[in-house]
Write a protein that binds this ligand. Structure first.
Ligand SMILES: NC(=O)c1ccc[n+]([C@@H]2O[C@H](COP(=O)([O-])OP(=O)(O)OC[C@H]3O[C@@H](n4cnc5c(N)ncnc54)[C@H](O)[C@@H]3O)[C@@H](O)[C@H]2O)c1
Length: 119
């Protein structure tokens, strides 16, 4: 499958790498250029046990971009694994400069959920 993983942190990057190592075509997106560069160089952007080795297995089918839209445009399924809203009413997601749900909702056939939002 063509998959998108939005947010390549301590949870998202291992998940993206596992999916790619299992044979899925995965495009990850993250706001951090350093994280995106690390993934595209086959390096682990976060310190997680076993992730460095997994990145080697995943690298043929895993790439990253800073554009959520680019990651999502061909995705059949998109996973959004960004920081949890700090308030119960999701105020911090609504106030984010680049809400991940917006490009997914507008430009991608993929369906996902962000917090309590169905996109
Ligand atoms: N790490 C864990 O063990 C764990 C366990 C259970 C649940 N969670 C939940 O999983 C989610 C992610 O946790 P984490 O530990 O991976 O966080 P993290 O901070 O390690 O990673 C989040 C990543 O998302 C990126 N990001 C933030 N906003 C973005 C946006 N708008 N578009 C694209 N990228 C964006 C950040 O740059 C960062 O790299 C959180 O909701 C957390 O509560 C984490």
């Amino acid at each position: 499958m063509h998959l998108a993983v939005i947010g390549l942190g301590k949870l998202g990057c291992p998940m993206a790498a596992l999916l790619a190592a299992a044979g899925h075509d995965v495009v990850g997106a993250d706001l951090s250029e350093a994280v995106v560069a690390a993934v595209n160089e086959g390096r682990a952007p976060v310190d997680e046990t076993g992730l460095a080795d997994l990145m080697e297995q995943a690298s043929p089918l895993l790439r990253a971009t800073t554009s959520v839209q680019e990651a999502a445009e061909d995705a059949e399924l998109a996973f959004c694994i960004v920081p949890t809203p700090s308030l119960a009413d999701a105020t911090s997601i609504r106030a984010a400069p680049s809400p991940p749900s917006k490009p997914l909702a507008v430009d991608s056939p993929a369906r996902t959920a962000v917090g309590g939002w169905q996109c």
